[in-house]
Design a protein around this ligand. Sequence first.
Ligand code: NAD
Length: 472
Amino acid sequence: MSDKHYSFFGAVERSFDKAAKYTKWDKGILEQIKECNAVYQIRFPLKRDDGNIEVIEAYRVQHSHHKTPCKGGIRFAAEVNQDEVMALAALMTYKCAIVNVPFGGGKGGIKINPKKYSAYELEKITRRYTAELIKKNFIGPGTDVPAPDYGTGEREMAWILDTYTAMHPGEIDAAGCVTGKPVTQGGVRGRREATGLGVFFGLREVCNMPDVMARLGLNVGVEGKRVVVQGLGNVGYHSAKFFQDAGAKVVGLAEYEGAIWNNDGLDIDAVFNHRKTTGSILNFPGATNFEKNGDALEMDCDILIPAALENVIDGDNAPRVKAKMIGEAANGPLTPEADEEFAKRGVLVVPDMYLNAGGVTVSYFEWLKNLSHVRYGRLEKRFTENLNAHILGQIEELSGKKVKDDEREFIMHGPDEVDLVYSGLEETMINATHEIMNAWKANPEIPDMRTAAYVVAINKVGTSYAELGIFP
Ligand code: NAD
């Protein structure tokens, strides 16, 4: 399991270098793409509820300014360090490029275990962190736009927005300074589940590729696939739920306190509620307990979805992983040694930097909504419904037949915000999957899908730098 001395940024650089040789860019451009453009280290005091003073360590990294604003989540975790934030920021640059989101990569982190702080303390930390970012121009709708990540959610994003707007009175686009906000505060419908839904769309597309499935010895399609998910947080819960809804069987789930298994499938909401009431995933009716959460990674399944933290599969446990496909919902769950092991064994690793891009894609939609100051669907919904009703009426009149009520409802329906967000995300994930697979097929020397994804990303960022005229 996770080696604390392991450099996550080093691993990202290794993956980058592995892919760079399949691109046309010269050394200088590649170095510029790879480096973190700006690293901001912050320390500030927190007066705790008991009166003690504690120094809080925090970071914001802007990996790339080839497009602005920079974009990337803010993580609250005890393990946060500069190397990790740099790695996550770099992944954001490549992720945005792959899914054609016109942002540079960024990431933030605060080194705290949020479970050990009261809501009031967390609010003070978040607001102070935001104020520090404002001081150095490290936040703003046109400069750097944070979002949720591990340990943060809508509540923290609302605090960030409130702090930013209080300090920028009259700034008309202020709501675009952060995404992942509650819908009442300028958030977009569908953002909460976006990363998990994107994981599902991406993996479903791969499962629908007959040649890939034949290579793995699996049937085409999602239905009946046996899935294991590590981490039942925002990304893990929604990934598991969308797989279950599409007819897959979620046979294993892991949380901090352990793992559970049921060969007949686990009901995600029932497990989620069980954990809410008992405080643990363990002892779920009908399931077998595993005391070590890492055991889930070695369960017998078709698709393994690590959705917790980085470096959970390394050279040590990779040989014991039985899954045929690994969907990296978390950022960096595999070390380069694990990657090599899976490439050797023909296990397909669907890489993080595109698979979990659903969050940033829908964040982009949220940012556009904030800048346009209008809800998606507001202008066209009624028009579309009236038009559809008219077309349907004409068809019924000409054919002399009536369509069934449920069909009528489906055909008439004009798009709501969530419909447009889901369809934009689906389109994005399908296109990205094909673009990466095509790059892989185009060059048989590319060893794995992660390298192919890096090739796609490097080519796009390289083109962007070249066209900026920085490297004439
Ligand atoms: P989260 O805080 O909502 O959930 C993470 C869950 O993992 C928690 O419930 C935690 O208890 C659990 N966990 C931690 N260690 C574990 C272990 N060893 N075994 C099993 N469970 C464990 O965080 P999240 O937003 O779902 O993020 C998860 C991962 O997805 C991170 O790597 C994050 O960078 C990545 N990600 C998140 C988003 C997003 O939109 N939230 C977008 C892209 C990528």
